[in-house]
Design a protein around this ligand. Structure first.
Ligand SMILES: Nc1nc2c(ncn2[C@@H]2O[C@H](COP(=O)(O)OP(=O)(O)OP(=O)(O)O)[C@@H](O)[C@H]2O)c(=O)[nH]1
Ligand SMILES: [Mg+2]
Length: 265
């Protein structure tokens, strides 16, 4: 019989002490294979649980002067020193300042320079990014809207951001200043600008005949004005003031701490 042949072939491969045991007993062989599968699965799930997600990079992005380095130093050292325009990224693997728990997990935090020519650096980290903090200067957003929208669009349309539905925290910074716009207003300005940008980019792709733009996905709903709520990504908006009366907030704003909590656990 075919079944007997299969069992015969399988038992021939087993060590001698096992062959005696299972020689005439198909049931024993089935039990053996099942136990082996069970052990492998148990190890797989145990390993998976303790390892957690590997995408534990947090990107701090935004245009120049928004307050990214101030935020980074607050998370890293609990305070900030005088900052200058960053020409290089700051990065480190650490438990953000303020997490008292001993078993808190260090995470990889990257403060990207906002200079137009250096922004592309986020693509180097995109595949391992688990969270994005997008910092906005609420006092200059109206005049910088094009530049901010372009950068944000590139991050939102990135295939990793889309595919993994990366959560994004929009930090509307410098709310201590009189000229600061409210998050709702900033959101509306950005939606209108991204809507325009999306149409321009689509027209460019069509005119160049380059339908194979693998790095950018279409964002939002077709034939509808762009809205952040149409994206699969959880996006939250917070009015923040990283510096109040010249003094940096220890450990960064509550909203940022809460946003990172799931990764640090
Ligand atoms: N009033 C006020 N000023 C702030 C606040 N946050 C940051 N700043 C100031 O904004 C300026 C720019 O901050 P940075 O953190 O260096 O900006 P950045 O986003 O790292 O800029 P780049 O490195 O050029 O990309 C600094 O002079 C900060 O002191 C805030 O909440 N309120
Ligand atoms: Mg900086």
């Amino acid at each position: 019989m075919a079944g007997d042949n299969t069992v015969g072939a399988l038992t021939a491969k087993l060590p001698a002490w096992l062959t005696d045991y299972v020689k005439d007993d198909q049931l024993a062989l089935v039990a053996l294979v099942s136990t082996a599968i069970l052990i492998v699965l148990t190890f797989y799930f145990l390993f998976k649980k303790t390892r957690g997600p590997t995408r534990d990079t947090v990107l701090i992005a935004g245009v120049s002067g928004a307050g990214k380095t101030v935020l980074y130093t607050q998370l890293r050292y609990g305070k900030t020193v005088e900052t200058h325009t960053s020409m290089e990224k700051n990065e480190g693997r650490f438990v953000p300042f303020g997490y008292a728990r001993k078993d808190a997990r260090p995470i990889h935090i990257v403060d990207l320079p906002g200079h137009e020519k250096l922004r592309y650096q986020y693509t180097e980290h995109a595949s391992l990014t688990g969270r994005v903090i997008f910092v906005i200067d609420s006092t200059t957003i109206a005049r910088e809207i094009r530049s901010v929208a372009e950068y944000l669009y590139d991050i939102l349309a990135n295939r990793f951001t889309q595919h993994h539905e990366i959560p994004i925290l929009m930090v509307c910074n410098k709310s201590d200043l009189l000229m600061a716009l409210k998050p709702e207003r900033i959101q509306a300005l950005l939606e209108a600008e991204i809507d325009r940008l999306r149409a321009t980019r689509a027209a460019e792709v069509q005119s160049q005949g380059d339908e194979n733009d693998h790095d950018h996905e279409h964002i939002g709903r077709e034939n509808e004005a762009f809205k952040f709520e149409h994206l699969p990504n959880p996006i939250s908006w917070e009015a923040c003031s990283l510096i109040v009366d010249g003094v940096a907030q220890e450990g960064g704003p509550q909203a940022v701490q809460a946003f990172l909590r799931q990764l640090v656990r």
